[in-house]
Ligand binder design. Structure first.
Ligand code: SAH
Length: 349
């Protein structure tokens, strides 16, 4: 029998499991503490639990505890991990140190099927979704490895979070649970390439997270040339969904805008972008594209990024230029995993 991941169970499900195993209900909370507060990686570390219970758990369950296969540390303190999951698949997790605290960037899928033309994570497609407990374990691994508390999370690693909706929602509830590491929803940003029906569904959950939209272009021809998802959910539908999201949740949206030389960085495009998102009070994050192998794109130079920012500000749109942490360790997501996949291919070929 294949073992299941106990780290993915919420408190209610753990309580159910304890009942099934003929245990008192309070054990569920104790085990939840071991998993999500004390961050143990083996059942034997749960020292206040009966040995017989631990043996039963061991038979059918495992704790998500990915192995650190590679680790790169940047001059600015950013740490990038290549993590190996229980089934041998690899994902990437990045720990960034900001003045307001440590932020971990998590992957939500093994690979991605969205096909954005500038992105390394999608080049080999999607292998599978991550479970809630596996996503949480990315944070626990960074916390254990660094010995420092993680206070903020961004869902901006490998994968499209809204293409793995149920597990991502479960993850958000696990990680913000008062009996766990208790990272507040307000300290969590979820980034999506723009799956409109899922944005509308997420709005109904009324979470306090920040929703970040990977916009990258203000019109359909430009956006479709960069992101195939735009053919399914064009710009006007996406922006309508964003306005709806803001109305329902009362939370401001932020837009990611990766700048590609000669594609989406002209003054006319800045004006078009400003017009598109006018009146939303939204925030635009500008970031020069990080060129990946096999992509036709190169980055807008710094002066042009600054000019684009000034143009937006003049038109009343709040814009910042994202600091590129970890640029010396190829921290653009997907690159380490791709190197790993390529090197394995070389071994098997
Ligand atoms: N799938 C989600 C989250 C993962 S990507 C999404 O699309 O939002 C996180 C952010 O990095 C997205 O805004 C994505 O468009 C951007 N991105 C991906 N590859 C990039 C690259 N090579 N250079 C700059 N930004 C990139």
């Amino acid at each position: 029998m294949e073992k299941r991941c106990i780290s993915s169970l919420d408190l209610e499900q753990l309580t159910g499991l304890m009942k099934e195993l003929g245990q008192p209900g309070f054990r569920a909370k104790q085990i939840f503490h071991w998993l999500h507060q004390k961050l143990v990686t083996e059942f034997s570390q749960m020292t206040d639990q009966p040995k017989a219970l631990l043996a039963r758990l061991e038979e059918g369950w495992y704790i998500a505890a990915p192995a650190v296969r590679r680790k790169q540390v940047s001059k600015d303190g950013t740490v990038k991990y290549l993590l190996e999951l229980a089934d041998g698949n690899c994902i990437e997790t990045v720990l960034m140190r900001y003045h307001y605290g440590n932020t971990v960037c998590v992957s939500t899928q093994v690979g991605c099927r969205m096909g954005c033309r500038f992105c390394a994570s999608t080049q080999a497609g999607r292998v599978r979704n991550l479970e809630a407990g596996e996503i949480a374990a990315e944070i626990y691994t960074a916390q254990r490895d660094s010995g420092e508390r993680v206070s903020h999370i961004v869902l901006m690693g490998i994968g499209e979070p809204l293409d793995n909706y149920d597990e991502v929602l479960k993850f958000l509830r696990l990680i913000s649970h008062p009996e766990g590491v208790n990272i507040g929803m307000r300290n969590i940003s979820l980034s999506t390439c723009g799956l409109v029906p899922m944005i509308l569904r997420l709005a109904q959950e009324k979470l306090q997270i920040t929703l970040s939209i990977s916009l990258h272009a203000p019109n359909n021809s430009m956006r479709s040339s960069m992101m195939p998802v735009n053919d399914a959910y064009p710009v006007e539908e996406l922006i309508a969904a964003c306005r709806q999201y803001q109305k329902i949740t009362g939370r401001r949206i932020s837009f990611e805008y990766s700048m590609v030389r000669g594609v989406n960085d002209s003054p006319a495009t800045a004006r078009e972008l400003a017009k598109l998102i006018q009146g939303m009070g939204a925030h635009v994050n500008l970031i020069p594209i990080n060129p990946v192998d096999g992509s036709p794109y190169s980055a807008t130079d710094t002066d042009n990024v600054k000019r684009f920012q000034a143009d937006l500000e003049k038109l009343g749109v709040n814009a910042t230029i994202r600091r590129r942490l970890g640029s010396d360790i190829s921290a653009a997501c997907g690159q380490l995993r791709r190197e790993e996949i390529n090197s394995r291919k070389e071994v098997t070929e």
